[in-house]
Design a protein around this ligand. Structure first.
Ligand SMILES: *Cc1c(COP(=O)(O)O)cnc(C)c1O
Length: 493
């Protein structure tokens, strides 16, 4: 089916052969235009003004875009222009159609997934780094990016109490950070068995064991599949009622075992039992990878740090910057005390690759070309400092507890112990209807989940901007939605 649009039909992009006979405008005209755009700076100023106007409204508007705004996105379904398009028009299209169709994730009433807001200084640093247009692959490409990555690396490793010599690679998200940690584990355990996984591959390799909990995040299984282990070959361990893996559920461990633990269950926020598991894993010389996408930061606040006791002795750690730390999107880190394994997993060569004495980020990550994420990480960490990070974690935890208390007082079920920032809410048989009513009203936004076979609502506090009154508005939205459902039922709809 062709994609219908206002101005035409997208399928024509594929149906018409390219018009090579058509003479393009002179190259110099394009170059002149681009220079003129940077010289006048009109486009950049326009985008900056629009961004600032967006900020003025976004903390008060609904968390969800309206149906009309989403409907209007159809205007983007147009054929690729033949000629260059006026830059101002492009920005107008984004401002007029794009801005209203955003989810107000930057605000304080977006409780879906585990999506954070953004720290102003990190946003500003990103804007500046955008002008720099740095490629962070190698030190020789971008000395400033290499420097800020190196500083952020040392700060992060110190913050989490990792062993001397630990390293960090800056990646897009915890999906890739999980991939990176498991790839390092794979290299190390095979290496110990005299097998070079990079050269010899998996066919005919000695067998490794992979242990995960029944509540491991979907990206963990995805990456296990991608690394060739086969998800059928994973041993899945049972969890307790909070979704925690406890030491008692572990089979005997050995030096061929990759054990993947979780700091922050994506539904309940729960933490695996690091305190009792880590000594067993250390004694057995297993590799422990921690998926701590949002929960790793619990280590840094007084009221939550007991959940991750002994976690620092694991071998690799995945965590996002764009969740708990409230950095802009596309920011995460893989940390490991085994720098040799991480580097070996991402070894890469090429006659044109110029190594330097400095930090070459591409040897710690799957990608080569990357944007300079270290700029945002560095700015966010420097702004908050140790105490600011602790305060941010405490704030998210405190708001989640307020929410749980409010939901219970309003007669809703809360199914988990609120140990971090996640609250699991249900309302008898009406849970899904309730969630849909809340979503369609749009004042707050949150999404569904499954909890031990039950449909539930996941309520995640991950934004620095969530105030007590935003939590109150959320509880009111729940109550309003419940009344609406009751009214609809009594009218026989
Ligand atoms: C969000 C999340 C991931 C995936 O992280 P991305 O940044 O979305 O790639 C993995 N594990 C857990 C526990 C998460 O919450």
């Amino acid at each position: 089916m062709p994609i219908k649009s206002v101005d035409g039909d997208l399928s024509q992009n594929f149906m018409e052969p390219p018009d090579y006979a058509h003479e393009p405008p002179p190259m110099s005209a394009l170059q002149d235009l681009l220079f003129a755009q940077f010289q006048s700076k009109d486009l950049l100023k326009k985008a900056e003004r629009a961004g600032q106007a967006y900020l003025d409204g976004v903390f008060d508007r609904n968390a969800a875009p309206s149906q009309a705004a989403i409907q209007s996105l159809e205007a983007f379904d147009e054929a690729l222009p033949i000629q260059t398009t006026n830059g101002e028009d492009i920005l107008d299209q984004l401002i007029n159609l794009g801005s209203p169709a955003t989810s107000a994730q930057i605000g304080g009433r977006y409780f879906g997934f585990v999506n954070g807001s953004v720290l102003p200084v990190a946003l500003a640093a990103r804007q500046l780094a955008g002008y720099w247009d740095q490629n962070a692959a190698l030190n020789v490409m971008s000395p400033i990016s290499a420097k800020l990555e190196a500083v952020a690396e040392s700060w992060l490793c110190a913050l989490f109490g990792l062993a001397e010599g630990s390293v960090a690679g800056f990646v897009s998200g915890s999906s890739i950070a999980n991939l990176s940690g498991i790839a390092a584990a794979r290299w190390r355990l095979f290496h110990r068995l005299g097998w070079d996984i990079n050269r010899q591959g998996l066919a005919g390799a000695p067998r490794l064991r992979i242990l995960i909990s029944a509540q491991a995040h979907g990206t963990v299984l995805k990456m296990i599949g991608l690394l060739g282990f086969g998800t059928d070959n994973v041993e899945i361990l049972p969890v307790d009622a909070q979704g925690r893996l406890c030491a008692a559920a572990l089979p005997p461990l050995d030096e061929r075992t990759i054990l993947i633990l979780q700091a922050g269950n994506v539904t309940s926020g729960a933490f695996d039992d690091f305190e009792n598991i880590m000594p067993l894993a250390r004694a057995a010389k297993s590799w422990v990878h921690v998926d701590g996408a949002f929960g790793l930061w619990a280590a840094l606040a007084p009221s939550t740090c007991h959940h991750v006791k002994n976690m620092e002795s694991a071998d690799s750690f995945a965590t996002d910057g764009h969740k708990t730390l409230n950095l802009p999107y596309d920011n995460a880190v893989i940390m490991s005390s085994d720098s040799e394994a991480l580097r070996a997993a991402f070894h890469s060569m090429g006659a044109y690759i110029q190594k330097s004495g400095g930090r070459d980020g591409m040897f710690l990550t799957p990608e080569m070309s990357r944007r300079a994420r270290g700029v945002e990480f560095w700015a966010g960490l420097k702004f908050l400092g140790r105490e600011g990070i602790a305060a941010l974690v405490e704030l998210l935890h405190e708001r989640a507890k307020e929410a749980a208390k409010g939901f219970r007082a309003a007669g809703f079920e809360v199914l988990n112990d609120v140990v971090f920032n996640q609250v699991i809410v249900a309302d008898g048989k009406n849970t899904t209807k309730l969630m849909e009513a809340i979503q369609s009203e749009g004042e707050i936004w949150l999404g569904p989940g499954q909890w031990f076979g039950r449909d539930v609502i996941r309520f995640s506090v991950c934004s620095w901007a969530s105030r007590s009154r935003d939590i109150e508005r959320a509880i009111t939205a729940f109550t309003r939605a419940r009344h609406k459902i009751m009214n609809d039922n009594s009218r026989g709809e």
